[in-house]
Design a protein around this ligand. Structure first.
Ligand SMILES: NC(=O)C1=CN([C@@H]2O[C@H](COP(=O)(O)OP(=O)(O)OC[C@H]3O[C@@H](n4cnc5c(N)ncnc54)[C@H](O)[C@@H]3O)[C@@H](O)[C@H]2O)C=CC1
Ligand SMILES: O=C(O)[C@H](O)CS(=O)(=O)O
Length: 492
């Protein structure tokens, strides 16, 4: 790291910059290290411990050894440690945001927003920890009494992506810890520093050794680490956020041990604008959903469907607003869109735009790479179903706008995908709102809004977008087993 130019040289608390992994309360360097780069400049930020299968085994062993004492704590005791962690995340939000922008690229203000969003899961599940209840079931046999209790599932593994380096970790580990489970986290190789800084703060909050472990590895080692996590019988739950392709691999690798799985995978979100929509609100919602994180979110609007009567007005308004977005280094004041995470990501975006134009789409604004990994916020009109951007998740700042005529046609086009994570639509008609919301095949529906994510709601998808829910009161259920006690012979 160049102390003169690196963004990491300006941390208020430099001790948050951890480059070793965390196993059993100890920082572990391993035999080799891998590079972490700044996606905006390509500059090397630092080197991080490149661990593999043996360290993954050690982390599972440490977590399993720490489990009895962690589950024996009262919910209130676990809650207190989580709440201290939450307050430390907020207290250090500026440094965490700086680390996040340095390794992931999103604008600093957006990174700080993610820190607050990610911390909110720790707060939410610190509270939920104290509300895990069982039940007494009225018996049909007078000699018996029946009770249902809920217990932590055991060691939980979390394999997380680069697009939300903190939030995708806390959304998984906060409920697991709250439920009484120890965790082994494998963060994305592109963004390990945020995970390690958050782990340091968990240590400061009093998280016992072995309860929270972080195993870092490059892309090759991540595969080896994943194989160990999947194959281990001690790991009773695996939570993954990332591509559907990798989700399938992890699901198959977990089958021999019948693991509980939470999978938050790819999306292909439709965004419908009906004739009766408030167009200014629809444009605002489209920008919020499409261009957040430079379009690198699984709930981004990927296909915009606009009813014929308002199509021309909508695309004109959208293109005008999108033209005002400022692209640049996330540390530059006023920048609203940073770089894409890596070369393969921007090449995929270029492929989607070139394919769409070749098949008749019109570029209303943007349409090309600015330089390096920066892509102009783009609006394409006259999009059609034959284009790649209709079938694949672009994961970039490109809004293809399709035309539809009837409500039924709009719903059918929206549902014509194997994915079903998020969907959005704008209408002011209450009857239409119910018909369309109930007709869309997705786990989450934004109605007259493009932003739907928060800690208190059950986030997740249907079809091939994944399994399970994260957040909300449902989020902790993933980490609990339900046990039924049948007490007989009570009259003896
Ligand atoms: N649902 C979501 O929020 C996300 C979806 N994606 C989708 O995935 C596409 C590719 O992005 P990637 O970063 O390559 O996602 P990815 O799915 O390859 O990586 C996500 C995480 O999985 C790990 N991983 C990858 N292969 C693995 C394996 N065989 N065993 C164990 N761990 C493994 C990575 O190290 C990382 O921690 C994106 O273009 C996007 O379409 C990517 C990130 C987040
Ligand atoms: O994986 C993602 O892209 C995130 O879940 C999106 S959100 O939770 O920040 O909306």
């Amino acid at each position: 790291m160049d102390p003169k130019t690196s963004p990491l040289a300006q941390l208020k608390d430099p001790s948050l910059l951890k480059t070793d992994a965390l196993i059993n309360g100890e920082w572990v360097g391993g035999a080799s290290r891998f590079d972490v780069d700044d996606p905006a400049t390509g500059a090397l930020l630092t080197h991080v411990a490149n661990l593999g299968a043996s360290e993954a085994d050690a982390a599972i062993t440490a977590a399993n050894a720490a489990w009895p004492a962690w589950r024996a704590k009262t919910a209130k005791e676990r809650s207190a440690i989580l709440m201290r962690w939450y307050h430390l995340l907020i207290q250090h939000a500026d440094d965490l945001a700086r680390i996040l922008t340095a390794e992931q690229g999103k604008p600093l203000a957006e990174a700080r927003g993610e820190i607050v969003y990610g911390a909110s899961f720790v707060e939410w599940f610190a509270e939920e920890a104290k509300r895990v209840r069982g039940e007494v079931v009225p018996t049909t046999d007078a000699s018996k009494r029946t009770v249902v209790i809920r217990q932590p599932v055991g060691v939980c593994a979390a394999i997380t992506p680069w697009n939300f380096p903190l939030a995708m970790i806390t959304r998984k580990v906060a409920p697991a810890l709250a439920a009484g489970c120890p965790v082994v986290i494998k963060p994305a190789e592109q963004t390990p520093l945020t995970a390690l800084a958050a782990a340091e703060l968990a240590q400061r909050a009093g998280m016992p050794a072995g309860v929270l472990n972080v195993i870092t590895g490059d892309s090759e080692q991540s595969i080896a680490i994943g194989q160990v996590l999947c194959a281990s019988d001690a790991v009773r739950h695996l939570s993954f956020t990332g591509s559907t392709e990798v989700g399938r691999i992890l699901m198959a690798q977990s089958a021999p041990t019948i693991k509980k799985l939470s999978l938050e995978l790819g999306g292909n979100a439709p965004f419908l604008v009906f004739d009766d929509a408030d167009l200014d609100s629809a444009v605002e919602g489209a920008i919020a959903s499409k261009y957040r994180n430079a379009g690198q979110t699984c709930v981004c609007a990927n296909r915009l469907y606009v009813q014929a009567g308002v199509y021309d007005a909508f695309v004109a308004k959208l293109a005008e607003k999108v033209g005002g977005l400022k692209v640049g280094n996330g540390f530059e004041p006023g920048v609203t869109q940073g770089p894409l995470i890596e070369d393969a990501a921007i090449e995929k975006v270029e492929r989607h735009v070139a394919d769409a134009v070749a098949k008749g789409a019109k570029v209303l604004v943007g349409g090309a790479r600015l330089h390096d990994r920066f892509f102009q916020p783009t609006v394409l009109s006259e999009a059609t179903g034959e284009m790649l951007c209709a079938r694949e998740e672009t994961f970039g700042p490109v809004a293809p706008v399709f035309r539809f005529t009837t409500e039924a046609e709009g719903i059918a086009m929206a549902n014509a995908t194997e994915f079903g994570l998020a969907s959005y639509f704008f209408s002011r008609d209450i009857g239409r709102i119910y018909r369309v919301a109930e007709g869309l095949e997705s786990g989450m529906v934004g109605i007259n809004t493009g932003l739907i994510s928060s800690a208190e709601v059950p986030f997740g998808g249907v079809k091939q977008s994944g399994l399970g829910r994260e957040g909300g009161h449902q989020g902790i259920d993933e980490y609990l087993e339900t046990k039924y006690l049948c007490l007989g012979d009570i009259n003896r």
